[in-house]
Write a protein that binds this ligand. Sequence first.
Ligand SMILES: [Zn+2]
Length: 192
Amino acid sequence: MSTALWAKIQAFVGVTADGIPGNTTAEAVAKMLGIDTTPVPAPSGPAATDPRSAANIATLKPAAQTKAREWLAACLALGITVKVICGTRTYDEQAALYAQGRTKPGPKVTNSPPGYSWHNFGVAWDFVVFDADGQPQWDSPLMEKCGRIAESHGLDWGGSWTGFQDTPHIQLRMDCTLADARQLVTEGKWWV
Ligand SMILES: [Zn+2]
């Protein structure tokens, strides 16, 4: 359509006749035609699991995967932008992490040597809430909200621990100790 024709249409509907139709022109034309221009709201409903969370959940044992997905879906359904940022760590990965700040440079990031974190057994994951700009919000009240949702799903939330609190941490409720788990791994009988 020619610029001159758009300019005529714009003049007719009473907007600036620059010949370049934009939103203002479209709205004025729609109004003149009696078309409802109320913005259509975005489809609501739970957001889909993001790829990072999906990849981390996939590292967990099957029983933990199921619970992690249920928990994440419940958080997303409330409109909370939360991601699973860590799942299983192998003994080797835990050893590398434990070395940091001890035999390797960098700040200490864990107090657990290999076999002393539930992350080493595929039953624990860490999460963080993100703001609208995609920045992690470690101190957001929504962290507790996500933790309470985990508890309502029968999971253990690190924020409820007495002594050392690990707010981003969620795990299956375990009926054995880490020592038991280490022994079972050694025997090739770790259950989950
Ligand atoms: Zn953790």
